[in-house]
Design a protein around this ligand. Structure first.
Ligand code: HEC
Length: 131
């Protein structure tokens, strides 16, 4: 009896110390430091944000949702889910977003062949304006 309880405790300890950090690390997606620290060359003005918004509606809303909350019509079929960009906007730099939009990961498409760098910075300005 005691042996079983100890095994259970040890089992849980292993799951918590190895499993939880693995899940956290696997879920965090970070741009390389250099990309993340890049300054956005597009000024954060209404013109840039409006351009970004138009691009967003066209290329991104199907997954990330009309208002950026990760709830677009395609979202329910995807794992992991499209990010809630309203929430992320508070925690990630412009350079980080631009790099992720450029390179993609998994179900998130890479847009480097579809969009110009200027488009991607306008999109970044729009996303940052959500939070
Ligand atoms: C086909 C669905 C789909 C489309 C279209 C799409 N995304 Fe995503 N996006 C995802 C998914 C899924 C993730 C989560 C990827 C992951 O964590 O592995 C993601 C993640 C992101 C992230 C990273 C958030 C973070 O920091 O973790 C950003 C930024 C982003 N998308 C922006 C965009 C923009 C801007 C567009 C349009 C140009 C776009 N996405 C189009 C599915 C999509």
């Amino acid at each position: 009896m005691m042996g079983k309880i100890i095994m259970l405790i040890v089992g849980w300890a292993v799951i918590v110390t190895i499993g939880v950090p693995t899940i956290i690390i696997a879920h965090s997606w970070k741009a390389p430091k250099e990309a993340s620290e890049r300054q956005n060359p597009a000024p954060k003005n209404q013109d840039s944000i409006e351009k970004g918004k138009a691009l967003y509606r066209k290329y991104c809303a199907s997954c990330h949702g009309k208002n950026g909350q990760g709830d677009g019509p395609l979202a329910k079929e995807l794992t992991p889910k499209p990010a809630d960009l309203v929430e992320r906007a508070a925690h990630h730099s412009d350079g980080d977003f631009a790099w992720k939009i450029t390179n993609g990961r998994g179900a998130m498409p890479a847009f480097k062949d579809q969009l110009s760098e200027a488009d991607i910075w306008d999109l970044t300005n729009f996303i940052k304006s959500l939070n």
